[in-house]
Design a binder for this molecule. Structure first.
Ligand code: CA
Length: 232
């Protein structure tokens, strides 16, 4: 199997070295660039399997790079893992809504870096293998069984009495455990017809869901400043 190639966009030399060393040690091929402009030209020429994108870059910033990649049909499929500093949550939210797959906050451990990179690459492979007949798939996780065909959700042996919107949110989060979604992403996915869904109302819906999940409510995690995710 050919090595998977990761394009690393990072302007700080010591962080670049740390990332390069750890990814290479795990068997990835690493392409390094220090500016957004170089990121776009290298992505176009090399078509990497994953882009690790720092947000704070000299010149063109990471969000502009993300926007530019996602609006180019030839490059839009390349997964992006955003690297941000603490306090840049708003930018992370924007990046995820532009189509980035996940994010890492500096400082991060090499172990977390490698795990996230692997997870993004793995998710891409699984998604491309999913059946495309448009029927949403059933999900089982943490004792939850969610069957969208029958519109039924069970927690262990009890049927959960969920509203249509709660059901869609739960199914959406449970399909991708470990992945954080912004409120706006959840709104776009569930756009309920029984309830006008807004970003603020997502918090209300989640609170309602947690109540119905009782002792299992912790499986829906709040990611401060970003949104929500189903525990992995
Ligand atoms: Ca930087």
């Amino acid at each position: 199997m050919p090595k998977e190639r990761i394009l690393v966009v990072e302007d700080e030399a010591d962080i670049r070295e740390l990332i390069q060393y750890n990814l290479q040690r795990e068997g990835f091929e690493v392409l390094m660039v220090g500016t957004g402009e170089e990121a776009l030209s290298t992505a176009t020429q090399e078509r990497p399997d994953l882009i690790l994108l720092d947000l704070m870059l000299p010149g063109m910033n990471g969000l502009d790079v993300c926007r530019s990649l996602k609006s180019n049909p030839a490059l839009a499929n390349i997964p992006i893992l955003i690297v941000s500093a603490r306090g840049e949550e708003t930018d992370v939210v924007t990046g995820l809504e532009l189509g980035a797959d996940d994010y890492l906050t500096k400082p991060f451990s090499p172990r977390v870096l490698v795990a996230r990179a692997r997870a993004v690459l793995r998710r891409r492979t699984t998604e491309s293998q999913e059946p495309t007949d448009g029927v949403p798939t059933a999900v089982s996780i943490h004792g939850l069984r969610i069957n969208p065909r029958k519109h039924e959700a069970h927690l262990f042996d009890s049927a959960l009495n969920l509203t249509a919107t709660e059901f869609r949110i739960l199914h959406f989060l449970a399909k991708s455990p470990g992945w954080v979604f912004t409120r706006q992403q959840i709104v776009e996915t569930v756009h309920g017809d029984d309830y006008p869904v807004t970003e603020r109302s997502i918090d209300v819906q989640i609170a309602g869901l947690r109540k119905k999940l009782g002792e299992s409510s912790d499986y829906i995690e709040t990611v401060r400043g970003i949104g929500y995710r189903m525990k992995e």
